[in-house]
Design a protein around this ligand. Structure first.
Ligand SMILES: CC(=O)N[C@H](C=O)[C@@H](O)[C@H](O)[C@H](O)COP(=O)(O)O
Length: 242
């Protein structure tokens, strides 16, 4: 058994029901990368009303757990020979649970991991460590297989990221289908950017909605507004006399 007993795990999941979770992650190369920045982001998110935080890496998880809200932990790791990068190893699951993550998120798209480890093995390791397993999926078939393998909750995290161009909008259709067909909580995640998106996900039955970049990625937010400038800039374009 890990750090948490079964009731602490269930309490964490119950605390997320009907609430927003903020994903506090910064990509490699971003000036926001670093545990102190992510803790500040998480504190701001909690002050703003988020019920939980999704965090990347054991250092961030350990520090953010201290804020007293449920943490969905993951480790992003590129592994040669496989496209699976969200918590690809049993070792990662164990490290996240030891760091205090009540919920461990991992790729459960059905794509082979470089290690050859299976989703069932990751789920078993998560449960041995006393945490809950969140299956990050891209499709209904992957979700059904993940639940069969013992996943405690399922997120639409990887919909749109396993082939073809990345869509602009969240995959509300998948949220609706998962809510209809699964008995476990469904987490809406991926490209939720507006209050309308969040409302729509709850309306079709999402347990929680995870929002990342729309809150925690100042680079992307700045770029989006910079791109809205009138080009080329001219006195006329701002209504000044020539
Ligand atoms: C696809 C992938 O790797 N998603 C990652 C999962 O942890 C994060 O990079 C996302 O920020 C997170 O899912 C929240 O999504 P959005 O930032 O779109 O609100």
């Amino acid at each position: 058994m890990g750090l948490l007993g079964p009731s602490a795990r269930d309490d964490s999941l119950a605390a997320l029901r009907g609430h927003l979770v903020v994903s506090c992650q910064a990509p490699v190369g971003s000036p926001m990368r670093g545990t102190s920045h992510m803790v500040a982001m998480a504190e701001a998110a909690i002050m703003g009303g988020a019920a939980g935080i999704r965090a990347q890496g054991c250092d961030d998880v350990q520090a953010i757990v201290r804020l007293g809200r449920p943490v969905i932990g993951l480790i992003k790791r590129d592994e040669p020979g496989s496209p699976v990068y969200i918590t690809p190893r049993v070792d990662d699951v164990e490290a996240l649970a030891s760091s205090g993550a009540q919920i461990v998120a991992a790729d459960a798209t059905g794509r082979a991991r470089a290690s050859g480890e299976t989703t069932r093995q990751l789920v078993a390791a998560t449960h041995r460590a006393g945490a809950l397993f969140m299956a990050d999926v891209d499709h209904i078939d992957a979700a059904l297989a993940a639940v069969e393998a013992g996943a405690d909750l399922v997120g639409t995290t990887l919909s749109g990221y396993t082939g073809g161009p990345v869509p602009q909008e969240p995959d509300l259709g998948l949220v609706e289908e998962l809510c209809r067909r699964l008995k476990v909580p469904v987490i809406a995640e991926g490209r939720y950017r507006t209050p309308e998106h969040v409302r729509a996900a709850f309306q079709v039955g999402a347990w929680s909605v995870v929002v990342g970049g729309a809150i925690t990625d100042p680079l992307a937010l700045t770029r989006r507004l910079v791109e809205a400038r009138i080009q080329p800039f001219s006195a006329e374009s701002v209504g000044e006399e020539a």
